[in-house]
Design a binder for this molecule. Structure first.
Ligand code: TMP
Ligand code: ASP
Length: 234
């Protein structure tokens, strides 16, 4: 499958058309940004690692009955995906307080939540992806009731599957972000699942093994991504 016209360039990925109008090639870059791209850098081989990790995780989720845009990995940095219309929502699932939730509610990072928290963020960089509720999403026509229901159901299930999966690899899934798209009238999981979009802590030492190492200048960023890949593939 050949890359034809580039139709999108985001902070971490590019999308290209192919000769099949239903399929796109998603290319993973090494570029890393944080805080609405006010902080920029490169994480060596991040694209290669996130491509492999996303392949493995999408494959696992498909096996568990969650429809995704993943078709196949083509090479180190490219993945063939279904062409979706992205629902402009960033869905955050949280098991442990960290990052945005700690800041919003003045909480210590590391508090284990009594039950997972699902947050809807309106995907709009210039507004800093604001936290919204179901009513906002419905009233503004961002998604339909049926779509929100499907997204919620899949997100809860993805959290259950991935929490168990990462736990078996010695990693605690603290929180993560998902994006969904519309494909032939159905909601499917899109984007990527990687240390860019998940917080992963070592189960015993609680060492951060995700993009927080870049966001917070903690050092050993590439090593952390490599370590996640090593454990996931083991
Ligand atoms: P937050 O605590 O900063 O809201 O992040 C929650 C989760 O979402 C965390 O695992 C990192 C991920 N995330 C993204 O994938 N993209 C983003 O732009 C942000 C802010 C967070
Ligand atoms: N990628 C996002 C940005 O550049 C933020 C993040 O992942 O922290 O704004």
């Amino acid at each position: 499958m050949q890359k034809l016209k580039q139709i999108y360039e985001g902070k971490a990925k590019k999308l290209y058309e192919t000769d099949d109008q239903d399929l796109l090639i998603q290319e993973f870059k090494d570029d890393a940004t944080a805080f609405d791209a006010t902080k920029r850098g490169t994480i060596v081989n991040k694209g290669v690692i996130n491509n492999k990790l996303s392949e493995t995780i999408f494959g696992l989720l498909e096996k568990k009955g969650i429809p995704t845009h993943f078709v196949k990995r083509l090479n180190d940095r490219d993945m063939l995906v279904k062409r979706v219309e992205i629902v402009p929502l960033e869905v955050t699932m949280r098991n442990i307080v960290a990052g945005g939730m700690a800041k919003l509610l003045g909480l210590e990072e590391g508090i284990i939540l009594k039950r997972p928290v699902l947050e809807w963020h309106y995907k709009e960089d210039k507004l800093h992806d604001p936290l919204i509720n179901d009513d906002h999403a419905l009233a503004l026509g961002i998604a339909t009731e049926k779509e929100l229901e499907a997204i919620r159901k899949y997100s809860v299930k993805i959290n259950e599957v991935l929490t168990k999966f990462f736990d078996s690899k010695g990693l605690t899934l603290v929180d993560f972000k998902l994006e969904f798209g519309r494909y032939k009238g159905k909601i499917i999981l899109a984007d990527e699942i990687s240390p860019d979009t998940c917080r992963l802590w070592d189960k015993t030492t609680k060492e951060k093994l995700d993009k927080d190492r870049f966001r917070r200048d903690l050092g050993n960023v590439e090593e952390a991504y490599q370590e996640v890949l090593r454990r996931v593939m083991a």
